[in-house]
Design a protein around this ligand. Structure first.
Ligand code: TYM
Length: 333
């Protein structure tokens, strides 16, 4: 069975983008894979996080993932900072990756903004840690949203260069799994921008803990254009906001763009937005309620994460120890 690894940052409330682009696919993949799901708190601090808020958001992320259907009994749910193997391998990868490779990373450019000199060095080497997350488990399949594609290409470049430099085939190739009609959910205010936890406008996103009223209001106010919906996907060309809303409904109802347009083509956005809001409330309402219930017992959440860390370390420790041996670190007897 192929091993799957994926991660999510506890840097805010997860959004509909995280859910449709990643978490929902993770849940489905659990049926026939051996999976590791990691809350990447080391990645989160590459930009400033208020310490108490990071602690709170980390537990909330664990509760949300469980509420979405992550199964901690058959798979592994854990915190990145609980398994030191990630940081050990990341250091080796800092010495394998080239500056030129990191300079090409578009997410660094986006996140660092104009004042690049003021960005943390952690933000710069962020993709090296991400490569370490995956390679520390010899994971070969990584389900992510479309925005992580470039990072996964880099993870393969790093694995390949390590293998070449040390004359080995130790790190396998990684296959990105970028799945479904909502692999890139866009902002509700601007169809050319990704929906993001960190967008300053709360109106730009659906948070997984939004109540029915907030969801309906955000969808009602979502930017659209004046034309009715086309009857075929080709008609969405040049209409990013329409494409986004159709993609969201397709993902929620288990169909594709063509399927949604067969049912709703010709409709105006007033009616369509009502259908979309109802579908969102039907999916997200139970997740928010279950998240709240799980947060009522932080001890139980911590026990799941502690058990996950021990099981993750049991896989990663021998792999990273072997990488260290290949590098030539003296193993003391
Ligand atoms: P993060 O926390 O930004 O997002 C978690 C997952 O959600 C996906 N995603 C989206 N998908 C569709 N539309 C969107 N608007 C949207 N926003 C986010 C992301 O693609 C991601 O799959 N670097 C990663 C975390 C990470 C990781 C890893 C992932 C660290 N180590 C190893 C895979 C393997 C990140 O920042 O995710």
């Amino acid at each position: 069975m192929q091993r799957i690894f994926s991660g999510i940052q506890p840097s805010g409330i997860p959004t509909l983008g995280n859910y449709l682009g990643a978490i929902r696919n993770w849940v489905a993949l659990q049926a026939d894979h051996d999976c590791l799901w990691c809350i990447v708190d080391l990645h989160a601090i590459t930009v400033w996080q208020e310490p108490a808020e990071l602690t709170r958001a980390t537990r909330e992320m664990a509760a949300t993932l469980l509420a979405c259907g992550i199964d901690p009994a058959r798979h592994v749910l854990f915190l990145q900072s609980s398994v030191p193997a990630h940081a050990r391998l990341a250091w080796i990868f800092n010495c394998v990756a080239r500056l030129g490779w990191l300079n090409r990373m578009t997410q660094f450019k986006d996140k660092a903004g104009r004042d690049r000199e003021a960005a943390s060095t952690g933000l710069y080497v962020y993709p090296n840690l991400m490569a370490a997350d995956i390679h520390a488990y010899h994971a070969t399949r990584v389900p992510v949203g479309d925005d992580q594609r470039q990072h996964l290409e880099l993870a393969n470049d790093i694995g390949e260069k390590f293998n070449h430099d040390y004359g080995t085939d130790f790190f396998p190739r990684i296959e990105p799994l970028i799945l479904g009609p909502a692999a890139r959910v866009m902002s509700l205010r601007d169809g050319t921008k990704k929906m993001s936890k960190s967008d300053p406008s709360d109106q730009s996103r659906i948070n997984l803990n939004d109540d029915a009223e907030a969801i309906a209001q955000k969808i009602r106010r979502a930017k659209t254009d004046p034309e009715p919906l086309p009857s075929e996907p080709a008609g969405l060309e040049g209409r990013p906001e329409a494409r986004n809303l159709v993609g969201i409904l397709a993902a929620l109802t288990g169909t594709d763009l063509a399927g949604v347009l067969r049912a709703h083509g010709g409709q105006g956005f007033g009616a369509f937005k009502g259908t979309l809001a109802d579908a969102l409330v039907a999916t997200l309402g139970p997740i928010a309620a279950e998240t709240r219930r799980l947060l009522g017992d932080p001890g139980a959440l911590d026990a799941i994460l502690r058990d996950g860390a021990a099981r993750a370390a049991a896989v990663a420790d021998p792999i990273v120890a072997e990488a260290e041996r290949l590098v030539g670190f003296l193993r003391l007897r």
